[in-house]
Structures are given as C-alpha cells and as structure tokens.
Ligand binder design. Sequence first.
Ligand code: C2E
Ligand code: MG
Ligand code: MG
Length: 427
Amino acid sequence: MQPGNDAMEQLLSGLEGHRNLGKPVALICCSFRQFHACETLHGRALAEELIAAGQHCLLEHSPEGTSLVRTGPAELALVVPLSTDPCGELTALVQRLSNRCTVAPTPGTGGTPLLLTVAMGVAHANAAHRPSSHTLITQARLAMHQACGRPGSQWVLASPQMQQQAEQLYRQQAELMLALQQGQFSAHLQPIVDLQHGRTLGFEALARWITADGKVLSPKHFLNQTQAAGLTAVLDLQVIAAGLRAATHLNQARRSDQPLLLSMNISAQLIESDCRRLDLLALIDDHQPPDGIELQLELVEETLGNAETGLDDLLRELTDRHVLVAIDDFGTGYSSLSRLHDLAINAIKVDRSFVQRINATNKSSNQLLDTLVAVGHDLGITLTAEGVETEQQRRWLLEHGIERGQGYLFSRPLCLDAAIASLSATS
Ligand code: C2E
Ligand code: MG
Ligand code: MG
C-alpha cells in the first residue's frame, strides 16, 4: 500500500529538509511481518502494541535526529541523518537495527507473547548520489518488499536497477496475464520414442506462447515470470486443454494398433491449489481422450516432498481416472528413492543432465543411472531418458535397460500439423 497523503508529505518534507541542507540522508522503510496475523488473531489493540514496541526499539537504536513516519498499518519509515561516510555508517546502522530490533518476542497485555520481525528496505542520498525524494521513497519501498519476500533476510539495500527490474517484471506479468486471457498458449509436441526401433510411443505436450505477431516463444522466455506472478497453474491448464484437443487429431493419424501416450506437465502451483486441482480433474473428465490414447501427467521432484500440498489427493483422483503419473527431470531434485515406494508413480523421466554425462570420464552419474534402472524395474516404473542427442547415448541407454527416450536425435518439439505428419509417415 502507498503511504497516505499525510504520511507521504511528512516523508517528503523530512527528506527535503536534509537535502536542502546538503546533508546525506537515509530512508529506511520497515514492514512488520506479523502485524496482520497478530491483528486477526488477537485484535487491533495488541497489534498496535507490537508496532509501538517496534517503533520504540527502532528509534532507540537510530542516530539522533532520526524522524519516524507511520506509512501504513504495518509499515513505518525512518528518515535518518547521515554523516559524511554514508555507506559504512548506513551498513553499521541497519546491521544494528536488524540485530536489536528485527526479531523480538515481547510480552503483550494479558501475557500473550507477541513476535516482532521487521523487514527493512534501505535507500540513501548524498552529494554524489542525488535521486529525487520520490525516487528515494520508491527505491526504499521496493527494497522493503524484497526483504519481506525473503524470510531469512532482514534488510535489503536499494539499487537503481531494482526499480527498472520491478517495472519490467510488472509489465511482463501483465502481458502474460493478458496472453493467458486471450488463450495465446498452446502445446508443441515432442515425440517419445522406443529407443530400439525409433517408433513413436507418444508425445510430450510442451508450452509455447504464440504471440499476437506470430512469434513462438518457448518456456525459457516466460516460465519464471509466470511462476513469479502465480500464474503457472492457469498456464498448465491452458496447455493441457491444447494437448487434449490435439489428442483427437493424433488419434486419427495413428495406426489402429499403435497406442499413444500423451504426457503433459503440471506445476507445484497447480498441485498446491485446491481450485486448480479441481479445474484439472474437470478438464480431464470433460475431454476424455479417445481409446488408444493414454494420458500422463509429469510433475517435478520438488512437489513430492510435501504431503500437505494436496499431492496425495490428486494422485488418487488421477489413478481413478487411469491417468499415469511421471516424475519429470528426475535426479535434479532431492526426493529420495524411497518416496517412490509410497506414491502412485508410474514413470520416471531421467533428466537430460544424466544423459549428457553418459560419455564423460566421470562415470558416477552412469552408476546412478544403473541404480535407477534397477529400482525402476523393481517397482514396475517405466524409465524415459530426456535429451537424447547422439547415437552413442541411445545405444548406451538401451544396453543399460532404458528403452524409451525423447530428444533431438529423434525430433524437436513439433507443432500439431507436423506431429500429425510425423505420425502418418511412420504409420
Ligand atoms: P521438460 O518437461 O523436461 O521438457 C523437456 C525440455 O527439453 C523441452 O524444453 C524440450 O524442448 C527440451 N528438449 C527435448 N529434447 C532435447 C534435447 O535433445 N536436447 C536439449 N538440449 N533439449 C531437449 P522446453 O519445451 O523449452 O520446456 C522446458 C521446460 O519447461 C520443460 O522441461 C518443463 O519443465 C517446462 N514446461 C514446458 N511446458 C510446460 C507446461 O505446460 N507447464 C509447466 N508447468 N511447465 C512446462
Ligand atoms: Mg516434462
Ligand atoms: Mg523433463
């Protein structure tokens, strides 16, 4: 929330006062992380006690002449006069504030202990570095928001790039939201093949952003931003819908005795969201693939760790619908092999990094692959190698018991028409 008009005026006049005198000044914007939880759980009065204790502590450890402005329910700002060496002095100050004031359980009235942690964003101006007071406020607030987003970090020093980056991220997120609303995300299909004969066993649907001017963008151009904006689940659903639409066409192009697997990716954000999980199940129910096309959903290892995310529920629902589940990029996360025992996992996709190292002199990753093959066979889990690029890799994988693969050796991801053509050519 922007400071209200009064608070903004107080802040501006405080900053201008120092600047007019040609004195270096720092602005430290502080956010009390527990304010809203405390207010909701214990009421406004106790939450205000928390703020009062925080204000007192921050002022007590700040240099003389520091003024304090309450800029929001859970926020305040310190305007701090600095001496001639602002950088060294400022670092020492925020370090002191962070040691003394940012984590402090305080006894509230009625014996309820209140926890106080403060996230601080710090910006400064001096003779050599003279951003306007408005810019200083924006920078300190952006830094404060960054500090809030990193629970382990109590203060963040503003940098001029921060504003540019925030503006860029904001614009990209708005563009992505618009693109999602306009249905600009589609699926390209990469063949999954039988490594022995090169026959197509199925396809993986991979997200592509088809922009209004016809550019086709791969996930490296948008996935991180989609994640940061909390939009990945919506993206997943749009790509899955495109994959399910493609299933009908692929079905017409396949040989009748050639069953196909259609594999699609789901994100942690989808798994963690109750409503998006329901959306996914509804989508699958409404667009049942034709007989002969089997669905598989790929999820990354990180999502396996936490049983509270709704994963177990989702896996049960998928099993009821005969949808297979694969662990994607296996070997890049930290899930233990034992977790595979407990979960209804049908397939593992071995990360490309293992396949790339097959010919390296250090063979430890090959031994890991051998172990994985043994465990996979024991548990009845299908293994698919990702990123197969050379004939040598293909042969090694086959000789070591991995029979399925995906990679540029066979095909890049294809648009639907090309995927249909490739199927017809091999049928
Ligand atoms: P992934 O699911 O592991 O997909 C395989 C990626 O490896 C694809 O990149 C594919 O184009 C690339 N690839 C395939 N064969 C080779 C090869 O031989 N060599 C090399 N160097 N690369 C190969 P892409 O399409 O850029 O997708 C990147 C990642 O983005 C995917 O990795 C997946 O994690 C994510 N992604 C794609 N679509 C979706 C989606 O709909 N939802 C979510 N949540 N994530 C998606
Ligand atoms: Mg995948
Ligand atoms: Mg993968």
